[in-house]
Design a protein around this ligand. Structure first.
Ligand SMILES: O=P(O)(O)OC[C@H]1O[C@@H](O)[C@@H](O)[C@@H](O)[C@@H]1O
Length: 386
């Protein structure tokens, strides 16, 4: 067995064990709030729940995580966490007057941030898609499409894409579009209707036409109302984690559409994130660059390592030669080894979120929102073989 094949098998095995034996149990047994419903936002490093304000995306992401766990063959508890997350989304987090979701709640359900947040709604649609994929319950499809149709009705940009609020506030952001795209792809895979396809196609083209820098092919974050990069420093920010994440999505979209232009864009995004946004010394993808590819913020968050893995898995899948495939697998394995650096908490199943530029980690509670990234990357890695 080659060295790479050995590293692949070893990361696949140890990550799956960590996920099934440690992480999924603790993020339900401790992370699920049996009393007030929903999920705790974080778990303290001593293994106790950290009962701070809750972002709605956390309940949505936990639904996704436990639905995916079920499809991965995890035999622990999945139905109860899925039910508890869905109950939070359709209960305390939902404004009964208009069906939109509040973005942040106090643990007792009091609304902290009630304004429309496109990002959290994208995750709610992803949650319904993943629950629908494992249950085929038509009420889940109805809930997901109801959110989508309301957003199309109330928040469509006059030309294409979506607004952040109505009336408009700027900047417009690529990040929620990325997660809307992700939700659309999840719905298409789960058998959703053609409107998901229309929106996915619209976002993919908006990405290629406007989000990407016409000369360098990098993806920027913040835009004015006409989809030009916003003036000043904000318009120059590039997140390597997002280059990988869009790369992963665009490669999936290439497979669905057969159109090579999306793959070309994805290859470039992944190369940028690797060459300029990944520190070989720490084996860590960093947080932010400027659009000339100099480093803006050298800390490394866990989620970006999972995006690196996911992007390389899809590159391996799309490879046209054995050498290309092997290089992509090497990228995925290196991402997996980078991810494992974050699994350094005393209580297994918890993790660090932020690595400092010197390679040490911030000591802080583990965020629940990260499990969704990890499980997706582990599931993707499991598809590789050498
Ligand atoms: O910071 P949390 O909420 O855990 O999310 C982690 C990250 O997820 C990614 O998919 C991106 O959307 C990032 O912008 C975000 O920061």
């Amino acid at each position: 067995m080659s060295d790479l094949a050995q590293r692949l098998t070893s990361t696949q095995t140890s990550l799956r064990q960590w996920l099934f034996d440690k992480a999924l149990p603790i993020w339900w047994e401790v992370g699920g709030d049996r009393e007030k419903g929903g999920f705790y936002e974080k778990i303290n490093l001593d293994g106790t729940p950290c009962d701070v304000d809750r972002r709605t995306r956390v309940a949505a992401r936990q639904v996704y995580s436990y639905a995916l766990a079920k499809t991965m063959g995890y035999e622990g508890e999945t139905d109860r966490p899925i039910d508890q997350g869905l109950a939070w989304l359709s209960g305390p987090a939902r404004n009964p007057e208009n069906g939109y979701l509040y973005a942040v709640l106090k643990p007792d359900g009091e609304v902290v941030k009630g304004e429309f947040d496109f990002y959290d709604h994208a995750f709610a649609m992803l949650a319904y898609a993943s629950a629908f994929a494992v249950r085929k319950d038509p009420t889940l499809e109805a809930a997901g499409t109801a959110i989508r149709d309301a957003i199309v009705r109330d928040y469509s940009h006059p030309i294409r894409g979506f607004e952040e609020s109505n009336p408009r506030t700027l900047p417009l952001k690529t990040n929620p579009h990325m997660h809307m795209f992700e939700a659309c792809l999840a719905w298409l895979e789960a058998g959703g209707d053609d409107e998901w396809k229309r929106i996915a196609a619209m976002i993919a083209d908006l990405c290629l036409d406007k989000f990407l820098h016409p000369e360098t092919g990098s993806l920027r974050e913040y835009f004015d109302g006409d989809w030009n990069p916003i003036e000043g420093e904000m318009g120059r920010i590039i997140e390597p984690g997002h280059q990988f994440e869009w790369g992963w999505l665009l490669l999936r979209w290439t497979k669905m559409t057969g159109d090579a232009k999306y793959a070309k864009a994805a290859h470039r995004l992944i190369a940028i994130a690797q060459d300029y946004g990944t520190d070989p010394v720490r084996n860590a993808t960093v947080f932010e660059l400027w659009d000339d590819f100099s480093v803006k913020d050298n800390k490394s968050r866990l989620w970006a390592q999972t995006e690196r893995m996911k992007a390389y898995v899809k590159l391996a899948d799309a490879a046209t030669t054995p050498a290309e495939c092997e290089a992509a697998i090497a990228g995925a394995v290196s991402g997996a080894e980078g991810l494992q650096l974050y699994f350094n908490a005393d209580i297994e199943g918890l993790y660090s979120d932020r690595m400092r530029p010197d390679g040490t980690f911030e000591t802080e509670p583990a965020p629940a929102s990260t499990l969704y990234h990890i499980i997706c990357a582990i599931d993707e890695l499991a598809t590789l073989s050498l």
